[in-house]
Ligand binder design. Structure first.
Ligand SMILES: [Mg+2]
Length: 352
């Protein structure tokens, strides 16, 4: 039996980046029950084309086709059934794998070839109305233990906020994420940002501007990290070939699930490119998957996975995702609250 639950969890504050803002977190929880064991997966697109063309609506529609195909034939190739729709596939594949691992009592980190080790967590800060607000957030989250700060930038909100953070926190591990908001004509901005010894420039240029990104990477000291550009194994091959990035942000949802995400990690590792685990961001089921995956050896930078309480008034897992006082996450099994799936559910569908 497979059940889909579309849930909406309210956010503490709207999340703003260079291309929009949202106030509610949508996710579709996939529950797969077989032989008395239930596995859970999470398909976690943002509403309104936030980071990708996939939306909760398109993900739901894709799952309506993918689930019956899997129930007919457990080995069905999801990429043949539906083209694209990676978030939907991440949720379904996650549920199938989770059921298998729960049935055999195997921790996910172990199945992945990782280890039971703490994973450092970093905080991502959106764009604020004033730099003072931004500084207040940096201060608050550094106190909570987060081990690096990532600040979103866009034209008009870049050198000044970064310079003010640096002035106040001279040794803080700090990086920027432009979400593809610049072009190669803005290279001077990144040359100026080079002064602040940042860990990396995440996705400075457009998703497909790989040649320009390679050019930028050659002209700045700070390493360039591919995020939006690292959307598939074939894009990763192009990034490697062009030397367009020296760090890769791996996201489980974007690449269609944990199996493909592990392939991205392995390929990047082989090419000598360190990685870190990004988020879309997700609720507790998918965040936990990311923490387990992040225990693989080539994930060498802090993850974007944050505590549930960072964004959400509640989470669907118990206990919620938490960071310890030192800013680390721990790979643990999660318990999904059936009661919360009902409480926050806006749509439910069952297949048998
Ligand atoms: Mg990013």
């Amino acid at each position: 039996m497979v059940r889909l639950d579309w849930v909406q969890i309210p956010l503490y504050e709207p999340f703003r980046i260079s291309n929009g803002a949202i106030a509610v977190k949508d996710a579709i929880v996939v529950s797969y029950r077989n032989g008395g064991v239930t596995g859970y997966g999470e398909a976690s697109p943002m509403a309104g084309n936030f980071y990708s063309a996939e939306t909760p609506e398109s993900t739901w529609t894709a799952l309506e086709k993918l689930v019956p195909a899997i129930l007919r034939d457990a080995d069905a190739d999801l990429d043949v059934v539906v083209e694209g729709e990676q978030f939907a596939k991440a949720g379904l594949r996650g549920a199938l794998l989770d059921r298998e691992l729960r049935a055999s009592g195997t921790p996910l980190w172990k199945w992945l070839g990782g280890e039971d080790r703490p994973v450092p967590s970093g905080v991502a800060l959106g764009i604020f109305d004033t730099i003072d607000e931004l500084l207040e957030r940096v201060e608050r989250f550094v106190k909570e233990g987060y081990r690096r700060v990532k600040v979103k930038i866009q034209p008009g909100w870049d050198v000044e906020p970064v310079s003010r953070i640096r002035e106040r926190f001279p040794t803080l591990p700090l990086m920027t994420d432009a979400n593809a908001a610049y072009t190669i004509r803005d290279a001077a901005v990144f040359k100026e940002l080079d002064r602040f010894h940042l860990m990396m420039y995440e996705q400075p240029l457009g998703r497909n501007a790989l040649e320009e990104m390679a050019e930028l990477a050659r002209s700045v000291r700070t390493p360039v990290c591919a995020d939006e550009s690292a959307e598939s194994l074939s894009m990763l091959e192009r990034l490697i070939e062009l030397r367009a990035a020296s760090i890769i942000n791996v996201k489980i949802q974007r690449v269609g699930g944990i199996h493909n995400a592990k392939r991205m990690h392995d390929r990047a590792s082989e090419a000598g490119l360190p990685c870190w685990m990004g988020t879309m961001p997700e609720l507790g089921i998918a965040s936990a998957e990311a923490v387990h995956l992040a225990t693989l050896p080539n994930f060498t930078f802090p993850t974007d996975v944050e505590a549930s309480s960072r964004w959400y008034l509640d989470d669907i897992v118990e206990p919620p995702i938490e960071i310890d006082g030192e800013g680390f996450l721990h790979p643990r099994p999660v318990r999904v609250s059936e009661e919360k799936l009902e409480r926050y559910g806006v749509r439910r569908l069952e297949f048998s």
